[in-house]
Design a protein around this ligand. Structure first.
Ligand SMILES: Nc1nc2c(ncn2[C@@H]2O[C@H](COP(=O)(O)OP(=O)(O)OP(=O)(O)O)[C@@H](O)[C@H]2O)c(=O)[nH]1
Ligand SMILES: [Zn+2]
Length: 342
């Protein structure tokens, strides 16, 4: 699938704070030249947990950042006490340019956009094949949010021991999505060549945000993928001084380094189950359909692609794209008009 809205420069998309924090700077930085680079792992009421080299520190926004938000996945420059020791508090003085932003509105009537994760590469849409039954409208909403954010969607179908993935995959076949089919037992085994291994392969070297409705098995999945999770969560909690990770903030967890030396991040989103889609631009969604995007050039201005004058019907009739693709695009665009949970 095509990538869009992102730089391909590796340095842009990897979180690799330099080992000693001595990376030469290309720009003249009048202030805070001695700042270290870090990665925001989670946010809790103004306190941010930041990974600096191999230490987890607590930081807050410096006043000079003003109203600029700092979110999970942001690459930041921090100054002050970076020891990570108890009761120390560092300051975030800069936020790196973002390669992607995943947003949500609290619901379709909430006018405020909230960025929930920055710099992710893909959105894993976790759906159970049964118990609870898959809800394709919910999947569609997540797909629209992913396309809008410039993230590659990845369908993760859980509980494959309970039902076949066939019908759902059939529905989504025209979209050509990447997918993985898993079950708890397979994940636990971690045997090579298994579906779980195929999922790990899809995550390698990527920053993947996991979303899923309650009960779909997201926690089971993330725990299996990140055996260090308990420890990682423990560190975060030790830092924030709370018993467990109860906030609705996302939480970035490192995937175990693989044998070929490429790692990746899982970003769990406890409070995010779907997306309000008020802010979505049809033009960004259609970018995920390169075969149709060219045909939309013939559409009237501001075409919703679901009206009599839409040029895409003729485009498809002329054989430039498959009818099923146009059908899928229209279904996705229509999710914007439906309420969450429909
Ligand atoms: N049969 C079956 N059950 C599973 C599988 N994965 C998870 N479950 C069960 O499904 C239930 C929900 O799993 P969780 O991992 O807690 O799901 P969650 O999506 O994190 O849900 P919340 O904790 O409510 O947010 C639990 O009872 C799990 O044991 C699976 O592959 N097969
Ligand atoms: Zn149109």
């Amino acid at each position: 699938m095509r990538r869009y809205g992102k730089h391909t420069d590796e340095d842009d998309i990897r979180f690799r704070p330099s080992r000693k924090g001595t990376r030469p700077r290309t720009h003249t930085r009048p202030k805070h030249e001695d700042a270290s680079e870090g990665l925001v792992l989670t946010v809790d009421r103004g306190r941010l947990t930041v990974l600096v080299e191999d230490r987890t520190i607590t930081a807050m926004k410096a006043r000079e950042l003003g109203r600029k938000g700092v979110v999970v996945g942001d690459r930041v420059a921090v100054v002050g006490d970076l020891t990570g020791e108890k009761d120390t508090l560092a300051r975030i003085v800069r936020v790196g340019e973002r390669t992607s932003t995943l947003r949500r509105t609290a619901d379709d009537n909430d006018p405020y956009e909230r960025i929930i994760v920055a710099n992710a590469d893909q959105l894993a849409i976790v759906t159970a094949l049964a118990d609870p039954e898959p809800r394709s409208r919910l999947i569609d909403r997540c797909l629209v949010a992913a396309f809008d954010a410039g993230l590659e969607p990845l369908l993760v179908l859980t509980k494959s021991d309970l039902a076949s993935a066939g019908p759902l995959l059939h529905t989504y076949a025209p979209l050509g999505l990447r997918y993985a089919v898993t079950s708890r037992d397979e994940l636990a085994e971690g045997s090579e060549g298994s579906a779980a291994e195929a999922l790990r392969e899809q995550l390698r070297g990527q920053i993947t945000v996991f979303v899923g409705h309650s009960g779909v098995g997201k926690t089971t999945l993330v725990n299996a993928l990140v055996p260090e999770r308990q420890r990682a969560t423990g560190i975060v909690n030790a830092v924030t001084g709370r018993g467990r990770h109860t906030t609705t903030s996302a939480l970035a967890l490192p995937l175990p380094p693989s044998t070929i030396g490429e790692d990746g991040w899982v970003i769990d989103t406890p409070g995010v189950r779907s997306f309000g889609l008020n802010h979505i631009q049809p033009s960004r969604v259609i970018q995920a359909f390169p075969d149709l995007e060219a045909g939309a050039a013939g559409c009237p201005r501001g075409c919703t692609h679901n009206e009599p004058d839409c040029a895409l019907d003729q485009w498809v009739a002329d054989g430039h794209a498959e009818p099923a693709r146009l059908h899928s695009l229209r279904r996705l665009l229509a999710t914007r008009e439906r309420r969450e949970g429909d």
